[in-house]
Design a protein around this ligand. Structure first.
Ligand SMILES: [Zn+2]
Length: 273
């Protein structure tokens, strides 16, 4: 940098001429530093976007439910893949891992985890599935969906696995699933994240269904006629002056023909198509 000359800064001149005296308020500004003291804080965090949301693919929810039914009065845990789509975290696939359980604890074994990784590696999409395995779920048969001290300890093993986020879900016997989302990099934990089923628009299914609908579903055409006029008539039911279906009129005419013209219609009566 020696000897290098910076370009000269333009000089900005401002006029300080005022038409009258300037009001600068009470003269405290020069002593303000020593007057600031920490107050009683109540920090609040706001989201600049919308609240994250958990979406569960129906098959994944059905599998979780099936595991719970099979577990009976014991805890049971599972892992799952989560796709991060902005603010939506989609649980797609659920995996059962070898584990030890009792009524208040569940612990997946190291051997079980190794087996799962082997299973993934045998799949063509194994690497993606392994990367997306960011959901740990388990069932509490005897308590609510809040985490136990044991759950909190176990969670730290998952949190240290270098993921950007991790999702924990605890199911209780009264049908509650409480999701906790850990945005690890940002140091944010969101408890009781709202969840719903992920009903996706499935193109392939839509095309297949369209062909089936075309084959099996036909439109029913209902002919309607307006029955005009008033007074007494053999086709007095349905009433005059409203739109009737062609079938109603045909029925009325047929019943009139069968019963005979006991009360013949006046000349004003007419049937309009
Ligand atoms: Zn638990």
């Amino acid at each position: 940098m020696k000897g290098k000359k910076f370009p000269e800064q333009p000089v900005v001149r401002t006029s300080h001429r005022h038409s009258g005296p300037v009001n600068v308020g009470p003269r405290v500004y020069w002593s303000v530093r020593q007057k600031f003291t920490p107050h009683e804080f109540g920090p609040q965090i706001s989201l600049s976007g919308s609240m994250p949301e958990v979406l569960i693919v129906p098959e994944a929810l059905a599998k979780m439910y099936a595991y719970i039914c099979a577990a009976g009065s014991d805890e049971i845990s599972w892992l799952g893949t989560v796709e991060d789509r902005g603010n939506k975290y989609i649980i797609k696939e659920i995996f059962l891992v070898e584990q030890t359980v009792n009524g208040v604890e569940t612990e997946m074994t190291a051997e079980g985890m190794a087996e799962l990784s082997e299973e993934f590696m045998a799949r063509p999409d194994g690497e993606t599935v392994w990367k997306e395995t960011r959901f740990w779920g388990h069932f509490h048969p005897f308590s609510d969906a809040g985490p136990s001290a044991h759950d909190e300890r176990q969670l730290h093993e998952f949190l240290n696995s270098g993921h950007e986020f991790f999702l924990r879900g605890i199911c209780s016997a009264n049908g509650i699933i409480q999701f906790t989302l850990y945005l690890i990099n940002r140091g944010i934990i969101i408890t009781d994240v709202p969840w719903s089923l992920n009903i996706e628009d499935n193109d392939e299914l839509r095309q297949r269904t369209l062909a089936e609908v075309k084959e099996k579903v036909r439109k029913r055409i209902v002919e309607t006629v307006r029955v005009m006029g008033g007074g007494h008539s053999a086709i007095g039911n349905p009433p005059y002056g409203r739109t009737c279906t062609r079938r109603e009129v045909d029925n009325a005419i047929e019943s009139f023909n069968q019963e005979g013209r006991n009360h013949g219609p006046s000349d004003d009566d007419q049937l309009e198509e």
